[in-house]
Design a protein around this ligand. Structure first.
Ligand code: M6R
Length: 585
């Protein structure tokens, strides 16, 4: 959470910082700030609210060196004072992560007469840098990070040094190499179009960045070298493509996420096959939407490979003493490849000897570095906080992976690509979105794979529209949840499994007979015939292999969430209280 950026070079740092923060805003958007050097003087500007609030404070600034931060609050409410950078004397610092021992450090600093103005954990870093500074910011950083517990990506500047000093432990930080200019940022999209090569700091690294050079050191300040990669974000179009929101733009890119993921899979087929060759058990791990993809991965692997499988959230898996051995494959699924719980789950699996497979859309992330093999999700940059195309990319990747595990020939995905395009273009659920926008609660129901999509639909709707509800197996409705049903609730059924369709229709009837509103997404003919006369909200999805139907029903629930959010005047790209990358526990 939080996005950080640094720049030094021939261009105006304040413009680069501002544009970079706009691109990093999906990581946090409750406040932002910048620090820069102009005429040898250090200035700090910061403001509660979205990054655009910073523009008036930066637009006339001319500087060749600066740092910036966009915040997702962990300690201290969103406010001007709690925003970063934090300053202590002639030093300013931005931080992404959590300093777990901040209270103890703060107590000691207070007894040394340091004055705290914010409620954040990060302010201790500014004061520690100040305390440890004796004319060399690099050495001050080295001493400071030795005192910290927790996670951090730190970027600091000082008014008497024409360089930026950074450090990283368990929070992402990349370096961008330019000509006569250099960059630091939380991730590649922030540097799209700015530099062609990047390297990635590893845990314990400390970096010294000037306009002419980048030097990387280990914790003892011994120089180390890190691999240099092309900046893949250079070619990415991060514009809105005439859409009012990224969520809509990215929803329209769902078909491509499926197609490009299938293509990218060919590149790892051999390596993956070798790694999975003696696997007799699989665990699928992820958080939020990625966990819902994990539920689908489990079903695929069970059905195709007939091996015992589990799906777990990262936060549960890492603390449950999982039963794992060298013949277990652990699939760590994450759009960002940065989610702390998922990364730690992968590390735990590695320590227990499992084969760890990263399924990720982020090809230079922590997860890709630690996994034995990476199954690429080729969805492209996803800016909207709500996952759309990354989810369908994950489902496509897991479908191909489970087929490989089972040594089974998968369906070619070009047909479902066409059906995805058709669903994106033609499914018109505006009327249902209006009803959901007025509902007291919206329940998503399904069985088996449809249930997995139901929980994702429910998360998506809650996340972007703030309408409460739940995703539930339709067979479980009568065991409790039915008590919640009345005329102010909407129950959205997903029915794409012919074998289970009649059971789900029973559940529709149970809701209708209690006065609840119902809607159905289905591709089963007899369901359409039976229910069309009974409920106005029967939406027909294209027929396809049942295992691929989640790709189509996902589009339906994503569209519903988007249109409900818009009907309620919400900003679906930046839902309240959230951030896209959750790099803290
Ligand atoms: O980057 P990750 O896929 O690891 O993120 C996991 C979740 O935080 C994420 O899927 C979240 O649930 C989405 N915002 C939901 O739309």
């Amino acid at each position: 959470m939080c996005g950080i950026i640094g720049y030094t070079g021939r261009r105006n740092a304040s413009e680069i910082i501002y544009q970079g923060l706009k691109r990093l805003e999906y990581r946090g958007y409750d406040s932002s700030g910048a620090a820069y050097l102009a005429d040898g003087k250090l200035s700090v500007v910061k403001k509660e609210g979205k990054v655009e609030k910073l523009l008036p404070l930066l637009k006339d600034v001319k500087s060749s060196l600066g740092i910036g931060h966009t915040r997702w609050a962990t300690h201290g409410v969103p406010s001007d004072t709690n925003s970063h950078p934090h300053r202590s004397g002639n030093i300013a610092v931005v931080h992404n992560g959590i300093i777990e021992n901040y209270a103890e450090l703060k107590g000691k600093l207070i007894s040394d007469n340091y004055k705290f103005v914010s409620d954040t954990d990060s302010e201790v870093v500014a004061h520690l840098l100040n305390k440890n500074y004796s004319g060399n910011l690099l050495e001050a950083m080295q001493k400071t990070v030795k005192m910290l517990k927790g996670s951090y990506a730190l970027i600091a500047i000082c008014d008497s040094e024409n360089r930026i000093i950074a450090a990283r432990y368990k929070s992402p930080l990349i370096l961008g190499y330019g000509s006569g200019e250099n960059y630091l940022a939380s991730d590649e999209p922030a540097l799209a179009g700015l530099c062609e090569t990047i390297s990635i700091l590893q845990d314990g690294d400390i970096a010294e960045v000037s306009s002419e050079s980048i030097k990387i050191y280990d914790e003892n300040l011994t120089p180390v070298s890190r691999e240099v990669f092309p900046n893949l974000a250079v070619c990415c179009d991060l514009g809105l493509d005439n859409c009012p929101h990224y969520m809509l733009k990215e929803l329209r890119e769902v078909p491509d996420s499926v197609r490009f993921t299938e293509r990218a899979f060919e590149g790892i087929r051999q390596k993956l096959s070798a790694i999975l060759s003696d696997v007799n058990r699989a665990v699928f791990v992820g958080c939020g939407t990625a966990y819902h993809a994990a539920m689908i991965g489990k079903r695929y692997a069970e059905s195709f490979a007939r091996i015992p499988c589990e799906a777990e959230t990262g936060g549960e898996f890492r603390y449950k003493q999982p039963v794992i051995d060298g013949r277990t494959a652990v699939f760590a699924i994450s759009q960002s490849g940065e989610t702390a719980d998922t990364v730690e789950a992968a590390r735990l699996a590695l320590s227990l000897g499992a084969k760890v497979v990263a399924v990720t859309n982020s090809h230079h992330s922590e997860l890709t570095r630690i996994a034995h093999v990476v199954v690429p999700v080729a969805a492209g940059p996803e800016i909207c906080v709500a996952a759309t195309k990354s989810y369908t990319g994950q489902v496509a990747a897991l479908y191909l992976t489970a087929n490989l595990l089972a040594k089974r020939q998968p369906e070619k995905l070009d047909k479902v690509y066409d059906l995805c395009k058709k669903t994106v273009a033609e499914l018109n659920i505006g009327s249902l979105a209006q009803v959901c926008a007025k509902a007291r609660g919206v329940y998503f129901l399904g069985r088996d794979l449809d249930y997995a999509v139901a929980v994702e639909g429910s998360l998506k709707l809650k996340e972007v529209s703030y309408v409460p509800g739940e995703g539930y197996p339709s067979g479980e409705l009568k065991h409790g949840t039915l008590a919640l049903i009345d005329e102010e609730t909407v129950s959205v059924f997903i029915i794409c499994d012919d074998l289970l369709a009649d059971k789900s229709v029973n559940a529709v009837e149970q809701v209708r007979s209690r006065g609840g509103k119902t809607a159905v997404f289905t591709n089963v003919d007899r369901v359409i015939e039976k229910l069309r006369s009974e409920t106005p909200y029967v939406f027909e999805l294209p027929r396809c292999d049942k295992y691929l139907s989640p790709l189509l029903s996902a589009i339906a629930v994503q569209k519903l969430a988007y249109q409900t959010a818009v009907a309620l005047g919400r900003d679906p790209d930046k839902p309240r209280n959230l951030a896209k990358s959750v790099t803290v526990e």
